[in-house]
Design a protein around this ligand. Structure first.
Ligand SMILES: [Mn+2]
Length: 383
């Protein structure tokens, strides 16, 4: 049994307002070539197909194209589930009809957890399929009001699985497993505490084909796999290699995983440098000027420079983000300005602004006034 395992496509994602559809098409063409060459028995797309529940039409057209290539042109079976970014109802639409053509869509979790069997020369492999599920949805599904965490939700849902011990089985899901490492662009999601599921829960399967974490990685001795996202979707992932996972399972359910790299059309890069006499001088020579790469620049100048972005873009036209290393004085490190602002209270921002402008801290009485104003603004919903 050969499985091509991929996830977290986030079609329609446009970081920094740059539409990535051409970049997503570029790597999906590579994915189709891999499927053509490797002839997997099944392609698993483990959630976050789209970046949002109402994806832009170009993203829907791109999914239509790639599924057509895989199922109609190459005759591959596909199992696709909804992730937390997707609308389960929309992903699962026409699921019953399309299953007859080898496209198995699972959008909304249901009980008992559905499964399908795919045979190879060694016999059947059972695929248990659970799209992204919130614990309170599991509470509703099972009627068990004691469920208060993802862990308890998975325990309750797994109790409905029908897996004879000797059977080869694969779990397909979208979840955060304890011990997994986030890549950066999942940051807006909650990836800790009550949201996590323990790895041991998946020990009963031959292989767990998961999505959610954007960094390719294995857990539980290779039994659990995250193939990672299609592309780097934030500068925190600059330089991270993306890939698809190819899984070969033998007659005893033992698996071996290979990865095939996906080459981005416009990689994300971080560079540092200084603006000297109206010209940007970068510290490292690795990234050539004039290219299409997406760039985040950290300027080391000790004083602000007017038109800094325009100056940098003369050399790196696709510079999307510019930050000042001096921001570290205020406790920030490698985060973008927007990140900093989001992570701070209005009062903190005001204190930093005052310090920046006046070179001294707010006095006690000024702080009292400021705090009162911030609280008032909050009550009125203005923050
Ligand atoms: Mn994702």
């Amino acid at each position: 049994m050969r499985i091509l395992h991929t996830a977290d496509w986030h079609l329609g994602q446009s970081p920094h307002n740059i539409p990535l559809i051409p970049d997503q098409r570029y790597v999906l063409e590579q994915l189709v070539s891999i499927a053509e060459r490797e002839r997997p028995d099944v392609v698993i797309i483990a959630g976050d197909v789209f970046d949002r529940s109402l994806p832009p039409p170009e993203a829907v057209a791109l999914l239509d194209w790639v599924i057509g290539r895989l199922v109609l042109d190459l005759g591959r079976r596909v199992i696709m589930i909804a992730g937390n970014h997707d609308s389960g109802e929309r992903i699962g639409c026409f699921g019953g009809l399309l299953a007859q053509r080898g496209l198995h869509l699972f959008g909304v979790p249901s009980l008992p957890v559905p499964s399908l069997v795919i045979n190879d020369d060694d016999g059947p492999v059972r695929f248990h399929v659970l799209p992204f599920v919130e614990y309170y949805a599991a509470r509703y599904l099972t009627g068990n009001d004691a469920i208060k965490s993802q862990q308890q939700a998975y325990e309750a849902l797994f109790a409905t699985l029908n897996t004879p011990p000797a059977e080869r089985s694969v779990f397909v899901g979208h979840a955060f497993v304890t011990g997994g490492e986030a890549a950066g662009s999942e940051r807006q999601l909650s990836v800790g505490g009550s949201e996590a599921v323990s790895a041991e829960l998946f020990a009963r399967f031959s292989y767990a084909a998961l999505g959610h974490l954007h960094r390719p990685q294995s857990l539980l001795g290779g039994k659990i796999r995250y193939p990672g996202s299609l592309l780097a979707y934030s500068f925190d992932e600059a330089g991270q290699k993306k890939s698809v996972s190819l899984v070969d399972m033998d007659g005893a359910g033992r698996t071996a995983v290979r990865t095939v790299d996906l080459i981005p059309r416009r990689p994300m890069r971080r560079i540092r440098g200084e603006i000297t006499r109206g010209e940007f001088v970068r510290e490292d020579e690795g990234t050539q000027p004039g290219g299409e790469d997406f760039i985040e620049v950290t300027l080391t100048n000790s004083e602000p420079v007017a038109d800094a972005m325009a100056i940098v873009q003369q050399q790196f036209p696709n510079t999307l983000n510019l930050q000042w290393e001096q921001a570290r004085l205020y406790g920030a490190t490698t985060h973008t300005t927007a990140d900093i602002i989001r992570s701070r209270t209005p009062l903190d921002l005001l204190r930093n602004f005052y310090l920046d402008m006046q070179g001294k801290e707010l006095t006690g009485s000024q702080l009292v006034l400021a705090r009162r104003a911030a609280e008032e603004a909050e009550r009125e919903g203005r923050t």
